[in-house]
Design a protein around this ligand. Sequence first.
Ligand code: GAR
Length: 201
Amino acid sequence: MNRRLGILLSGRGSNFLAIADSIAAGRLDAEIAVVISNRSEAPGIAPALERGLNAVVLPSKGLDREIYDRKLVAELRNNDVGLVCLAGYMRILSGYFIREFPMRILNIHPSLLPAFSGLDAQHQAFEHGVKFSGCTVHFVDEGLDSGPILCQAVVPVLDDDTAESLSARILKEEHRIYTEAIALVLSGRFKIEGRRVIPAR
Ligand code: GAR
């Protein structure tokens, strides 16, 4: 499979950096073909440029979803991207985009899906009073945070946690499992039965 990754982000970019670190350390056999932010002020862009990566800002503000996604897909195609990794990309993808990269788009979400989909998942979990939360890497389909699940990690919620301390503990696991999930997809060594992603033995 084409190992050229297209990273989409909107903010801080710590998941993007964790992926870049995994590649640099030889833990992940892949290449970052392009990093695209839909927000010019995203802090994740500067470290991408510092690392000599191809980083592009494509502002989405005010644009119709599909019109914007056509620009995104063109940029990804220009860079011969084989796998799209959403890394804190805070915009819902159009059906057009998803059909252009079938089962070739991954997302990381900071909860144990299907619990607490949508925005601010860590705060939702904290306020709900769950004793365990975590994070999920899943294929992206046309629903909200709803595609088949590749990897999850469980994180305890401690009695003296704040939403922020919980978020930090979850983020550490995000950085670990995103690399694992990408490696699994690139290996092609799994099958999908219904919604279940089953790694080959
Ligand atoms: C991460 O916690 C990620 O799971 C979350 O945004 C944060 C981005 O951080 N994504 C979502 O909530 C998607 N629904 P980062 O920019 O440092 O990677």
